[in-house]
Design a protein. Structure first.
Length: 95
């Protein structure tokens, strides 16, 4: 959970603690080994929204929406990366 917190802190303009410790993040590559489908992405987004509302900080709706947009964007990048990689693998096996 520390990695995730440091990642979010960095991605939302805070200090680059995550990048110093782990390196510059590549969201697609770091999740490439997982078989993530749209169903899992939707479940992740549901959990993140619930966590933001249940968190000890009193997030107002105007703060939750930009965070959810960020999570949705990141999840979309993972899906696009995986689809593109799978497409390239299929194409290379044709030769």
């Amino acid at each position: 959970m520390v990695n995730f917190a440091d990642y979010l802190l960095m991605r939302t303009g805070g200090p680059p603690v995550y990048a110093v410790r782990v390196g510059i993040p590549d969201i697609g590559q770091s999740h490439a080994h997982l078989d993530i489908k749209e169903r899992q992405v939707e479940k992740f987004l549901d959990h993140m929204e619930e966590a933001l509302h249940d968190c000890r900080f009193d997030f107002k709706d105007e703060h939750v929406m930009p965070l959810m947009d960020f999570f949705r964007y990141q999840a979309t990048l993972i899906l696009v990366y995986r689809r593109r990689r799978d497409e390239l693998i299929r194409r290379s096996s044709l030769f």
